[in-house]
Design a protein around this ligand. Sequence first.
Ligand code: ARG
Length: 280
Amino acid sequence: MKKIIKLILLVVVSSFLITSCGGKAGNSLTDIKERGNIVMYTEAGFPPFAYRGNAGSVEGIDMDISLEIAKEIGVALNTQDVKFTSLIPSLTGGKADFVAAGMTNTEERSKTVDFSNDYLVAYQSVLSLEGKGYQKISELADKKIGVQTGSTSDIIVSAEAKKVKLEDGTTVDGIFENTGTEIKRYETVLEAVQDLKNGRIDAIVVGSIVGDNLISNNPDINDEKLLDRDGKEYSESNAIAVKKGNTELLNLINKVLARLEETGKLDEIYKKHAESIIKN
Ligand code: ARG
């Protein structure tokens, strides 16, 4: 009898400790409703997806979509701005309910997180100072290239610095292998833009939607579609990520995305931010 009481007490006390320690609550819709807010993680140096507006708060396409998700559930939105490389760990560790950060739904990432339907389609761009106009990936050999750490741009450029395995299974030399190409990794693309302007790097590889935004605010920089060794563009889609297996939240996010698309609201959100000013 005594033993049973002790056991019950232990269970009660430990479950109290778990919930009161914070961060341990789950990411189910019930947990989110009970908590009264949904936690969205982003990296806000990535206009027009997520950036710091004039008032210093996070704004952008991802922010507006996230507000719609919170509204659909009937809770407040809790936004966390962290390093890009911390986004996926924030989901796997249960700290974030979802990530909206202009993130590309790659196969590799799909092994650890689940992605919503696409909300924007883009390709890779290469930014350089006016007059240079690099376009082919081979033109970047022996140059100093800036990328955001851990981004798909980083993955694409880094892959060319070693042996490359082609689709047919054959292995060829990477375009940058033994050419003296330098890959400079930055925490944010905004920092890379400063280095491009100061001549510390020759080019930046970044998603086209962000590239277009950056050039509209920096007339001394131009952007071109980056072409691979076969002259093809690197196309990719942006999606929202949730913790692996959180289908309930994923379905709700897909429902919101479908509604935003059908009603033309997604277009409106895009137009509102696509011309956004970056804060230097
Ligand atoms: N689309 C690229 C990727 O998923 C870059 C995303 C960077 N996003 C950001 N908020 N900094 O790798």
